[in-house]
Design a protein around this ligand. Structure first.
Ligand code: AGP
Length: 604
């Protein structure tokens, strides 16, 4: 959701901060700000809207020589997106930037107001800087005041704080929201809430753990854990390849990431396919001992991957599988049994509802696993086991390659378990492994198909709504296609089981109702075909996607003929991704940063 950057060093600090914030734009924001401390003097710039507004405000500001600086892009949670609510937040002579939510901020604010503190903003964050200065009056050192402040905060936070009396230092803390510390070749320190902000600026990083806090100064970094014990600085190398996070000639990150699916799926499969079996080196087979049920839990696109997987896990591994929307699961007092393996699926590994569901499952004593795209994310560090999707940075807010790799991993997991539980014979497992090996080629974008979809998109810019319909795994794929269209074109779309249309929705059928129909050759073809014909007979406008011709459709997108419905699934996925993107481009929308959305929803 929000982005944090920080710097301690001799370089021109404004450029470092703003360039870092620009790499975090994809996370979604509505205001931004930087604060720089040099020679005990602060300079502060904040602006609502895009970074260009902040750059305007700081246009004539430059530094030479040593300074410390912090920056932030804010996605409004407490308080409207205004300059006053933008970070950094000011005390008397301290500034703070913060990601997360301080759950006890009201009581702290009341106490501080009772002590005479005047608040300028509506945010929870401002509490941090005033509480710090409250403790500063009695603490021996500013760092002790910072430590005392942290002990009183509850909730999720990633914090950078600077104070004029310690001219060369940034205090930092991490609990529940991501924070990374980086070091460059000059031994200078940088901070980022995602390593995207650090690529090309430093060569080694530390992914902070919950409870980690400390300070970075001209002498270096002091790091402590939640038991106040000093922690060794174990840096890991950071990719210098900034290009991997850039557009590489595509119009949007989303387009790049759709085209990238063919390569990232190869990475996802790497080392995991044997001729006769699936191999997850990161999984201890004992994890599945005593497991008779799987519960999948996720949000949004990841939920659609989970729903797709539920068909495969029951079909291949003959294991009872249920799927939960995380924001519902958290509050419905679920009945859980200890023989259930709780699997959360998350691209970011930071989605608040999914993370809290994971914590709930752990509290119930369930074995837990996460399927995630971000190593060292909160969920990866919390779950008993994790399988990384290896999709690389996904900067488009509308998830594409992350979804593809999630379904791929879950398909492999269904076969892994089928092998462990002897529920599929060796021949069938070998056959499906062959299908998996064909995945990268299956999702490679055919330029002619892309051009057809680009042309077709002009016909689907209006109308009073879309139905995306499918059966079996093509129902969650229909849900995903509808979500892709909604989130980047802002047109109304609904995913529906095609067999359900006659139970009400068909009342909407008319020429203005666009139905995108998924019609796979190898899964319930006849059943689905008759559902589409019912709609066509009532004059709905049909766009069918199928390897077989279908004369009842107004538009038909012919996919390649393949041997199995799962390959059809992945090919149709690419069609839906490209179609929604081309419609959104025609509508002139910001495909990578759609309105109202954030890449990672780290608040409820
Ligand atoms: C998908 O296109 C959306 N950006 C959104 O639904 C996303 O899938 C959801 O917020 C879950 O995010 P996660 O996978 O990082 O947990």
């Amino acid at each position: 959701m929000c982005g944090i950057v920080g710097y301690v060093g001799k370089k021109p600090v404004k450029k470092i901060l703003i360039d870092g914030l620009r790499e975090l734009e994809y996370r979604g924001y509505d205001s931004a700000g930087i604060a720089v401390l040099q020679n005990h003097q602060f300079s502060l710039f904040k602006a609502v809207g895009k970074l260009i507004n902040l750059e305007e405000k700081a246009h004539s500001f430059e530094t030479t020589g040593f300074s410390v600086g912090i920056g932030h892009t804010r996605w409004a949670t407490h308080g409207k997106p205004t300059e006053l609510n933008a970070h950094p937040h000011l005390g008397n002579n301290s500034y703070v930037v913060h990601n997360g939510i301080i759950e006890n901020y009201q009581e702290l604010k009341t106490m501080l107001i009772g002590q005479g503190t005047r608040f300028l903003s509506q945010t929870d964050t401002e509490v941090i800087v005033h509480l710090f200065e409250f403790h500063l009056k009695t603490a021996y050192t500013p760092f002790e005041a910072f430590t005392q402040t942290l002990h009183e905060l509850s909730g999720a936070y990633a914090v950078l704080l600077v104070n004029a009396s310690v001219n060369d230092t940034i205090f930092f803390a991490k609990h529940g929201s991501p924070m990374i510390v980086g070091r460059n070749h000059e031994g200078e320190t940088l901070f980022g809430s995602s390593d995207a902000a650090l690529i090309g600026k430093c060569h080694e990083v530390i992914y902070l753990e919950d409870g980690h806090y400390g300070y970075a100064s001209v002498e270096g970094i002091a790091l402590f854990d939640d038991k106040n014990q000093a922690v060794n600085l174990n840096f890991t190398p950071l990719s210098e390849n900034k290009l991997s996070a850039q557009k590489e000639g595509y119009r949007f990150f989303m387009e790049k990431e759709i085209y990238e699916q063919t390569t990232v799926l190869s990475d996802t499969l790497l080392g995991r396919l044997r001729d006769e079996s699936i191999h997850f080196e990161e999984l201890d087979p004992k994890l599945f001992d005593g497991i008779n049920e799987i519960k999948l839990c996720a949000c949004g696109t990841s939920y659609h991957a989970a729903l797709s997987a539920s068909y495969l896990l029951e079909r291949h591994a003959k294991i009872k599988t249920s799927v939960e929307i995380a924001s519902e699961f958290r509050y419905r007092e679920p009945f859980l049994t200890p023989d259930t393996l709780f699997i959360v699926i998350s691209q970011s590994g930071e989605t608040a509802d999914t993370l809290e569901s994971l914590k709930m499952a752990k509290k119930f004593g369930l074995k837990t696993m996460v399927i995630c795209n971000v190593d060292n994310s909160s969920m990866v560090r919390l779950a008993d086991a994790s399988v990384l999707t290896r999709a690389g940075i996904e900067k488009g807010v509308a998830s594409t390659k992350a979804f593809a790799t999630q379904v791929c991993v879950l398909w492999m997991l269904s076969l892994f378990l089928a092998n462990e539980r002897k529920t599929l014979d060796a021949t069938e497992i070998r056959r499906q492994i062959r299908l998996l090996r064909a995945l990268p080629a299956t999702v490679a974008v055919d330029p002619a198909l892309h051009e057809q979809l680009r042309r077709l998109s002009k016909r689907y810019l209006h109308g009073h709504g879309f139905f995306f319909i499918g059966r079996d795994v093509f129902f969650p794929l229909a849900l995903e296609g509808a979500l892709k269209l909604k989130e980047i074109s802002y047109l109304h779309a609904e995913g529906y089981p095609s067999g359900e249309m006659k139970h009400g929705p068909i009342a909407l059928a008319d020429p203005e109702l666009f139905t995108i129909a998924l019609l796979p050759q190898h899964k319930l073809y006849e059943k689905t075909k008759s559902n589409i014909e019912e709609l066509s007979a009532r004059d709905a406008t049909i766009c069918s996607i199928s390897p077989l011709d279908f004369d009842k459709a107004d538009d038909h997108i012919r996919t390649k003929s393949t041997e199995d419905y799962m390959l059809e699934f992945f090919e149709m996925m690419v069609v839906l991704q490209l179609l929604s993107m081309e419609i959104a481009i025609r509508l002139g929308n910001d495909v990578d940063m759609p309105r109202n959305l954030a890449k990672s929803v780290t608040v409820e």
